[in-house]
Design a protein around this ligand. Structure first.
Ligand SMILES: Cc1cc2nc3c(=O)[nH]c(=O)nc-3n(C[C@H](O)[C@H](O)[C@H](O)COP(=O)(O)O)c2cc1C
Length: 182
């Protein structure tokens, strides 16, 4: 049976990370998608499209969605990209929308919860929120790709980050680019 993965998309730059993550999850997982209103605006601006076929979409306003409950079993949640606002909400257990509620539930149920942060530089508040979320069980990642695989295009850069997310979710992929020494 395919794993069930929840993908949250919040309003940070880097919608291509969400796009490539959904591309790589396609056919390998039952994907539940929550996109915040600001994320939708930024996706329009960054010319990234999300399609019906990407997964089962849940309105961020729908706090009665099954995804809002600990009884909804899944194999991991990823927020990519994760804004500092959403990080703040997750790290403080503040759950005004379905995205933050689903992350809160993932943490309390001890399920994998990966936050792919996108901001630069980080303030002390951001750093403290990262530590809070980490200590509560989240995996903190940044949208900072490596270069040792000699990427020739943006997709290759983005995929190098997506590969680490998939590794943490335990989902097989063939992205490549693993460091094998000089
Ligand atoms: C074009 C654009 C790009 C943004 N990029 C970022 C970003 O990279 N990181 C971030 O933390 N916030 C960013 N923001 C600010 C967030 O969108 C804002 O804090 C918003 O309230 C986040 O809401 P959400 O997390 O519920 O989607 C950006 C906003 C806009 C309009």
């Amino acid at each position: 049976m395919n794993p069930r993965i929840v993908v949250g998309i919040s309003g940070a730059s880097g919608m291509i990370y969400a796009r490539r993550l959904l591309d790589h999850l396609s056919g390998k997982a039952e994907v539940h998608v929550i996109i915040t209103p600001v994320a939708r605006e930024i996706a329009l601006h960054e010319r990234i499209r999300f399609e019906d076929g990407d997964g089962i979409f849940h309105s961020p306003e729908d706090l009665a969605s099954p995804v809002a409950s600990g009884s909804f079993r899944h194999d991991g949640m990823v927020i990519a990209p994760c804004s500092m606002k959403t990080l703040s909400a997750v790290s403080h257990g503040f759950t005004p929308n379905l995205l933050t509620r689903a992350a809160d539930v993932s943490l309390k149920e001890r399920r994998r919860c990966i936050l792919l942060l996108r901001e630069n530089p980080f303030s002390r508040i951001h750093l403290e929120n990262m530590l809070r979320a980490h200590d509560a069980g989240a995996v903190i990642m940044t949208a900072s790709p490596p270069f040792y695989h000699r990427p020739e295009d943006i997709t290759s850069l983005v995929d190098a980050v997506v590969a680490r997310i998939l590794d943490h979710l335990g989902i097989e992929h063939s992205i490549g680019g693993r460091w094998e020494g000089y």
